[in-house]
Each structure stands twice: as C-alpha cells, then as structure tokens.
Design a protein around this ligand. Structure first.
Ligand SMILES: Cc1cc2nc3c(=O)[nH]c(=O)nc-3n(C[C@H](O)[C@H](O)[C@H](O)COP(=O)(O)OP(=O)(O)OC[C@H]3O[C@@H](n4cnc5c(N)ncnc54)[C@H](O)[C@@H]3O)c2cc1C
Ligand code: FES
Ligand code: FES
Length: 496
C-alpha cells in the first residue's frame, strides 16, 4: 500500500517492487540499471556512490546537495529530486561543467571514483555559500581516489565551484520549493512512514511500538549495509517542522533535531564557533548533508562529536511526546552506553543552547588518527566564564571518548571555579580530570593516551583562549592545495 515516488534525472519515478530497507544505491544499480553510480565501501567513507538531491529546505534556499546513496534508504527520497551522473548531460551531448572540469584537469585515471567525484563537484558548482578555500577541501573530503592524486581533482573543483551556470539545475533551485509529501508505504517486507505532522507521527508510534525512528540514515544505514539488519517499520522525521537554527526567545539558539549538520556548520561559523570547529572535522560533506543533530545525539555514542561541545555550552534537550514538550539538561540525556532518557513514543525535538555570555571563553577540540573523516579518540568542548578580576566564575567541560557516555567533568570543573584564570589553574584541573574518568583502551587509543590527550587539551585550552576568548575555526594548512587560480572571492586561511 502506498508507493515511493520521486524524480530521477528529471523523470517521475514510482517504485513498485522494492522494500523499505533497500538502499538508494542498490535500487539505482539493480532496478533502475543506472550503474554509473558505484559502490566502494557501502559505509559512507569512499564517495563512489555519491548522487545529488535538491534540498528544498536548505537555509540558503533550495540547492543541490551531494549525498551517499549507499546509506540512504529508498523511502527517504520520497518526493525528492535525485540526480545521478547519468542525468548531468543527458540530452545536449555536451558535458556538464563538473565533468568538463575533470577532463580539463586530467582528474581521472581508472575512473572508478570519477562519477562520485563529479557529483561532489556538481554540488560545488551550485553552492552559494563558498567563502574559504578549506570549504573546497571539505567538499571533496568524502571522495577517495586511489590513482589520480587529489591535486587535479582539487583544480577541477576550483574551476567550477560557485559558478552556477544558467541551466536546468539552476532553474530547479529557483523554482518554488516543493514540500515534503507524507509517505505511508506498507509492503510485505515492512513499512516506511514519513509523517508530516506530529499527530500522524504519534499515531504510527502508538500503533507500531517496534518502529525505528530514522532521519539522515548515516548511522542507521550502516545497520542495514554492514550488520545486515532489516527494520520492519521505519518512521522518518524528515517531514516534521523540526529543521533549522533559530534565535531562542531569551537569547541563545534553538537547534531543531532534523537540522542537517551542513546547515548547522553554516549557521554556527560566527554565532557559535565551538560548534563550527567541531563540525569542521566531522565526517564528509556528503555525510553532513544528511546527518542530523537529533541523530547524532540520539545514537548516544560515547564518541559522537556534537555531545561534548553541546554539553560545554550548557545545552538543554527538548523532548517531544504526544503530551507536549519537556526539557532536560543535555548532561542528563545520556543515561548509559548508547541509551538516552527518551521514553517510548518520544522524540528529540531540538536542543536549546544559551547565549555564550560576554565573559565566556570557549573552544572545542577533536583528536583522531586522521584529520578528515575519522572517529574521535577524544573530543571535548570547554567553556569558562571569567570576571573582570580574571577569576573563573563558572566552568563546563564536556568530553567524549572518555567514558561510556559523553559526560561533563565535575572534578576538573570544580578545580577551576573561584580560581584565577591561569596556566596553574588549568594544570590543577588537568590533575583533577584523572578522577573524573577511567577511559578504556581500544584500537583508537589506550587509556593512557586518552587521558594524556584530555589533560593536554585542558592545558592547551588556557593558552588558546588567553589570546582569543572564542576562537574561530582552527587555522588549517590547506596551502599545498591552493593554486593561483583559486577564486579571488575565497579569502586565504590567514585572512580568516
Ligand atoms: C562515514 C561516516 C562518518 C561519520 N563521521 C562522524 C563524525 O565525525 N562524528 C560523529 O559524531 N559522527 C559521525 N558519523 C555518525 C553519524 O553521521 C552521525 O551520528 C549523524 O549525526 C547521525 O544523524 P542521522 O540523522 O543520520 O541519524 P540516523 O542514522 O537517521 O539515526 C541515528 C539514531 O538516532 C535515532 N534518531 C534520529 N533522530 C532522532 C530524533 N530526533 N529523536 C529520537 N531518535 C532519533 C534513530 O532512531 C537512530 O537510532 C559518521 C557516519 C558515517 C557513516
Ligand atoms: S559506497 Fe563508499 S561511500 Fe557509499
Ligand atoms: S581514478 Fe582511479 S580511483 Fe580515482
């Protein structure tokens, strides 16, 4: 009952014989016979499966976004416009500028990664928010190429980024945004729902207590592709009015649970720099184009990267059930390993972040083995308020990777409150931190390594915020990739 309907390369498609756990990639290759889109890893790491979707609710207006089709389940593209590499230049015979740029810069050798790279360049072609060179590196951070080398590919990105040619894809961006239609898709193999109002959401959750909530599918998709799980009833939150970052009535921000991380990155770059700093080293562009704030917090991973920084900012979880909303300090939201305080029939609706405060010093750090696309060994968000006498009057330190849940560090916080803002105070806090956590050893780092990193981050925080109370993005050596042809309107790292 019900069908999944969407536009694929400009044609309306109705899916008749697939199941709700089918990935978009599998459907494209197997059912639609569009084999230009490749499978490499099936876990969001390589980018070979990249396609583009018109994101009608993007904060800068409708825009094309690159996503990993290996993770997105088919029902989640209901009502969307999807473009694969086959749809870039189907009628004219001429290459799309993103394809032509790869030809011009000799950006392809074996070609396996090329369709995915082209689709990332396709997003870059229509982006309206490119201001800094690192954004082009970030644009390509989810596309692995094992033979060409990244310089030609980066040059191709420079050639097309933000050019927005007057073509059908630009016209689609300018057309009135279509609303997400509701979906009720019932097959013999399971159900998928996209409710567009809260009554419909809670009705389906009442009827199917076994339903699994889903949003970006960048976590849950892995359960399907890597664990072989099949969910009998999926309920997507993407159609509910929960997306966006707004100024909260008393100051501060309300971040809707379905806000995509690429939206959040844009919104927080200057407004909440610690959050933007964390997102800079969070997954790839394709992942951030799908991943949501709610999904990141509700998987309650001890190494989820948003929780530590939001804990340090004093965030509050806004939980919604049929009876209405309730609020819980984020520190009380994580109750055990991968377990949240959400009761059956409740969802995370938003997180509220209070104003930073005029006397605040705040930053965030992520330490992983690789800079791009890696999982944290340790992540933290650190916030202190310092009065005119240079005394610390309040502190919130949030850590990930140090315990079974993301958590505050009460002993380290107590060690700094009432003390002078000095290196000695943070050295004492680093000692106190040893009684806050007993980290585990695993393949990402030993207990000794994690504790050493965490204490060093605390000490380093003092030195960084002594200079600048709320530092912007970390300076980043993208110099080896900068070329004289980089667009003049993209300032260099030093200018930020
Ligand atoms: C390649 C790759 C790289 C990644 N890199 C990082 C990284 O650097 N840092 C990091 O922290 N994470 C990373 N992740 C994990 C993931 O992308 C994030 O956790 C993401 O924010 C999850 O959001 P989602 O919307 O995709 O969640 P989904 O997969 O849709 O859902 C995740 C879980 O949350 C539940 N859920 C979702 N929304 C809600 C809600 N509003 N209320 C209640 N329950 C809800 C779902 O039922 C599910 O259990 C990465 C994942 C991949 C595949
Ligand atoms: S197949 Fe590797 S990211 Fe999708
Ligand atoms: S051209 Fe061979 S993997 Fe990129």
């Amino acid at each position: 009952m019900g069908t999944v309907q969407f536009h694929l390369n400009g044609e309306a498609v109705t899916v008749t014989d697939a199941t709700p756990n089918t990935t978009l990639l599998d459907w494209l290759r197997r059912d639609a016979r569009l084999t230009g889109t490749k499978e490499g890893c099936a876990e969001g790491d390589c980018g070979a499966c990249t396609v583009a979707v018109l994101d009608a609710e993007a904060p800068e207006g409708p825009t094309w976004r690159a996503i990993n089709s290996c993770l997105v389940l088919l029902p989640l593209v209901h009502g969307q416009r999807v473009v694969t590499v086959e749809g870039l230049a189907p009628r004219t015979g001429a290459l799309h500028p993103a394809q032509q740029a790869m030809v011009d810069t000799l950006g392809s050798q074996c070609g396996y990664c090329t369709p995915g790279v082209v689709m990332s360049l396709f997003e870059a072609t229509y982006r309206q928010d490119l201001r800094s060179p690192w954004q082009l590196d970030d644009q390509l951070s989810g596309n692995l190429c094992r033979c060409t080398g990244y310089r030609p590919i980066r040059d191709a990105a420079t050639q097309v980024a933000g050019t927005r040619p007057a073509d059908g894809f630009s016209a689609a961006m300018a057309a009135p945004a279509a609303e997400q239609p509701a979906l009720r898709w019932v097959t013999e193999a399971g159900e998928a729902h996209i409710p567009t109002d809260f009554d419909a959401l809670f009705d389906v959750l009442d009827r199917r207590p076994d339903a699994r909530l889903i949003c970006g599918a960048t976590d849950l998709g892995l359960d399907v592709t890597k664990q072989g799980k099949r969910f009998e009833c999926l309920v997507s939150l993407q159609g509910l009015p929960l997306r966006g970052v707004t100024l909260a009535p008393g100051g501060g921000w309300r971040i809707g649970a379905t806000t995509r991380l690429s939206d959040l990155e844009l919104a927080t770059e200057h407004a909440l720099p610690p959050v933007a700093r964390m997102l800079r080293f969070f997954g790839s562009r394709q992942i951030k184009n799908r991943a949501t704030v709610g999904g990141n917090l509700c998987n309650a991973s001890p190494i989820g990267d948003l929780a530590p920084v939001l804990l340090s900012l004093g965030a509050v979880a806004v939980i919604r059930g049929r009876a209405g909303e309730r609020r819980l300090p984020l520190a009380d939201f994580f109750v055990a390993y991968r377990k949240t305080a959400l009761a059956a029939g409740e969802i995370l609706a938003a997180v509220e972040v209070p104003p930073l405060g005029a006397d605040a010093k705040a930053s965030a750090y992520k330490v992983s083995k690789r800079r791009e696309m890696d999982i944290s060994a340790v992540a933290c968000g650190l916030w202190v308020a310092v009065d005119a006498q240079q005394t610390i009057t309040a502190a919130r330190f949030g850590f990930g990777g140090m315990a079974a849940t993301p958590a505050r560090a009460p002993a380290a916080e107590a060690a700094v409150v009432g003390q002078p803002f000095s290196a000695a105070t943070f050295a004492a806090a680093a000692d106190a931190l040893r009684s806050d956590f007993t980290p585990l050893s695993d393949h990402r780092g030993s207990a000794w390594y994690r504790m050493t990193v965490a204490t060093n981050l605390l000490k380093g925080f003092f030195h960084e915020v002594r200079e600048t109370a709320v530092p912007l993005l970390a300076a980043r050596p993208s110099g080896t990739l900068l070329t004289p042809d980089d667009p003049a309107d993209l300032p260099t790292e030093g200018a930020r």
